[in-house]
Ligand binder design. Structure first.
Ligand code: CUK
Ligand code: CUA
Length: 688
């Protein structure tokens, strides 16, 4: 029953890529199994295995992932949440989802995007006057010290809207969103330099950097690529836009990036495709983009000396374009910051080996991975041994002289990660397999089928200077026959693979009901040490400082009116909201300053108001502010949205908004109370 899929997808892919694929059927085991009868009540392992039709290998796999209650996972995986614009935290090997971190979109449970602070945060990365409500998150990047994850900060990009965000791992909340006005998209982010000096963000689609519109026929002259180097201020845990800079690039599609480390520290490697500068049909019979962009045999690996670029960016050789300091392409060439190395056509992943000595590039349309030697690249740059120049004057190094070798991989190699034993792992998108290969011999040792169409993979620490190895996650785009059917839109499939042994073993399929989670990084759990509560009471989630408006105890709770502005200083504690009756006039501006005055672990309260789209998550000690105009008269209950105690249901109160005009129709004041004589709002509400 699975042959049609194999046949169809291969043919479709072959058509889409223009490759004539020699189809080897049966790639992926394509075997659908229905779980046995549950085996509930069976006493022995043998009985259970029989009842559920499990093999010994199944049981071994189960034992490798099963995590008893109260036991924590050894690794935490930070995965992109794709279009949801959020990031996921997943325990490995149990594959339990621990958290969604709201980043580029509101996250209701966390109240993210509902209080004044996070509303402003979401707006800060959006075009003026418009708050974006989705993101295309691709690449999470954990902060690094000496090329190894340090567990402090997570960076993520939004490819569609060229945004980069900073998530503080002290409380797993988004702290900052930046947008570079010169970029229209950013596939090549987020990638960090070995001490998180910079967060690299490469654009994909070229456009005039000054934001103007140029005719598409003038593409070669007016369209430009760019790569941003966002300066990270570790003390402030913020990107410093004023200290950041960009380098102008030819109008190729700059793709993924990776920072050099150890031997190649100070350098950055950036793939490109569409060096043909195809812009599609242009309405004039030119080839469509995907074929126009695949005509040449080689594209260019961009080799950038970012340490030197940092100096040039600080000099008067840089220009300011739309508020961004930009090193013009001509200057980058003159100063020797930018060199090209030919790479087999339409490459995808660029991955620096743990020792920083080599760079692996896999080409979507090539069957090989190419391993470049940084020492040879450096030598050719130093001695100006060029093979030519591109149309924009960028020197090109001779391909054959700077590679160490090529590894015959299979169909559609995309991304590579490394383990602690000298193996590299490359995903084969078209073949639906992961290849394990030896960095020493450049030979494939083993391939394991995955289900199906794998994009990225994540090995624990697999892109750092010191990989942990142990586990590999295959991030599959298609799931086809893996799970119970849920309609035409299928889940993504994360497959957990044990890579500790001599042979790779598939352990677990995790359906992911959101797409498309391109990339993930896996860090040892013990390296992350988050806060247990916000301390002292009244801490603002965005400043991580005491909030100046926060009441610190119920005694400080109060309502203050100044003209038509009503400040409500409110505290939450099991199981009381103070004040619990708030009476205002239609048209008043309400400013709620809410504090959860508890410090008890996990004693989170929520605070919502009916019809006003007010919804806060108040973790212990946290303070938040929410401002809105009471533009609808009526009685609006508010309550705690977390079942926090036995009296949780009683944790609420009333907001009374009296109509401006006493005679307005359809309000409590105009209509006599129905049925109950005592239902009239009492006149002793505060602040009114
Ligand atoms: S990309 Cu998605 S599979 Cu954005 Cu890293 Cu390669
Ligand atoms: Cu607080 Cu429910």
């Amino acid at each position: 029953m699975n042959m049609p899929w194999n046949g169809r997808s291969r043919a479709a892919l072959a058509l889409a890529t223009g490759l004539a694929l020699a189809v080897a059927p049966g790639c992926g085991d394509g075997k659908t199994r229905v779980a046995g009868k549950g085996g509930g009540g069976s006493a022995s392992i043998a009985e259970l295995m029989k009842a559920r039709d499990l093999s010994e290998a199944d049981v071994v796999a189960a034992l490798k992932t099963y995590t008893p209650t109260g036991v924590k996972d050894e690794f935490l995986m930070f995965a992109s949440g794709g279009h949801g614009g959020n990031a996921l935290v997943i325990g490995v090997p149990s594959m339990r989802i621990l958290k969604y971190i709201g980043v580029f979109t509101p996250e209701p449970w966390q109240g993210y995007g509902f209080d004044d602070e996070t509303k402003a945060l979401l707006a800060s990365g959006s075009p003026e006057g418009k708050t974006l409500t989705w993101g295309d998150m691709h690449h999470p990047a954990l902060s690094e010290t000496d090329g190894v994850y340090d567990g402090q900060v997570l960076f993520v990009n939004d490819k569609a809207n060229a945004r980069v965000a900073v998530v503080d791992l002290q409380d797993f909340t988004t702290q900052q969103i930046v947008h570079s006005a010169i970029l229209r998209s950013d596939h090549g982010g987020a990638f960090v330099t070995p001490n998180t000096e910079y967060v690299i963000e490469g654009g994909q689609f070229p456009a005039p950097l000054d934001g103007s519109v140029a005719d598409i026929e003038k593409y070669d002259d007016f369209y430009r690529g760019a790569v941003m180097f966002w300066k990270f201020d570790r003390a402030k845990k913020r990107i410093d836009p004023a200290a950041s800079f960009a380098i102008e690039m030819p109008p190729y599609f700059q793709d993924l990036a990776d920072a050099g480390k150890l031997a190649s520290d100070g350098w950055c490697f950036l793939n490109s495709f569409n060096t043909e500068r195809s812009y599609g049909t242009g309405g004039a019979g030119l080839p469509p983009m995907e074929s126009g962009a695949s005509r040449n045999d080689m594209d260019y690996l961009h080799v950038i000396n970012w340490r030197q670029a940092e100096q040039v960016a600080a000099s008067d050789k840089a220009q300011v374009i739309q508020g961004v300091r930009v090193i013009p392409l001509g200057v980058a060439v003159e100063e020797g910051l930018l060199h090209f190395v030919p790479e087999p056509k339409s490459p995808h992943g660029v991955d620096v080996t743990p020792n920083g000595e080599e760079i692996c590039i896999a080409g979507k349309l090539s069957t090989q991975a190419t391993v470049f030697s940084f020492a040879r690249i450096k030598e050719h740059i130093d001695q100006k041994k060029y093979a030519g120049k591109d149309p924009y004057g960028v020197p090109i190094l001779p391909f054959k002289d700077v590679i160490r070798g090529q590894v015959e991989m299979g169909l559609g190699p995309l991304h590579t990660q490394f383990d602690d034993k000298g193996f590299a792992y490359t995903t084969l998108f078209i073949e639906s397999k992961i290849a394990r290969w030896s960095l020493k011999d450049l030979k494939v040792i083993e391939k394991i089928p995955v289900h199906y169409n794998v994009g990225h993979l994540s090995v624990a620490g697999g892109d750092t200077a010191k990989p942990d190895g142990r586990f590999l996650i295959s991030m599959n785009k298609w799931a086809i026959d893996r799970f119970a059917d849920v309609g035409p839109l299928l889940p993504q499939n994360f497959q957990l693979i044990d890579i500790a042994g001599d042979s790779m073993q598939l352990l677990y399929d995790m359906p992911l009901p959101l797409g498309e989670p391109h990339y993930a990084q896996m860090i040892k759990t013990e390296l992350i040490k988050p806060w247990e509560a916000y301390t002292p009471v009244g801490m603002n989630q965005l400043t991580h400082q005491p909030d100046p408006h926060a009441p610190k105890s119920a005694q400080e709770a109060r309502i203050e009116r100044n003209g038509d502005v009503v400040d409500v200083y409110m505290t939450l504690v099991r199981s009381t909201i103070t004040p619990d009756t708030i009476k205002v006039k239609e048209g008043d501006t309400l400013k709620f300053h809410v504090t959860n005055v508890e410090q008890t672990r996990d004693a989170t309260h929520g605070f919502c108001i009916a019809d006003y789209n007010v919804n806060l998550s108040m973790e212990p000690g946290k303070a938040a502010n929410v401002t809105f105009v009471a533009d609808r008269p009526g009685v609006f209950p508010f309550y705690c949205t977390e079942f926090c105690s036995a009296l949780h249901m009683e944790m609420g109160g009333f907001l009374l908004v009296e109509p401006k005009n006493e005679n307005a129709a359809g309000t409590a004041a105009a209509d006599p109370p129905r049925n109950r004589a005592d239902a009239k709002p009492s006149a002793d509400g505060e602040g009114g």
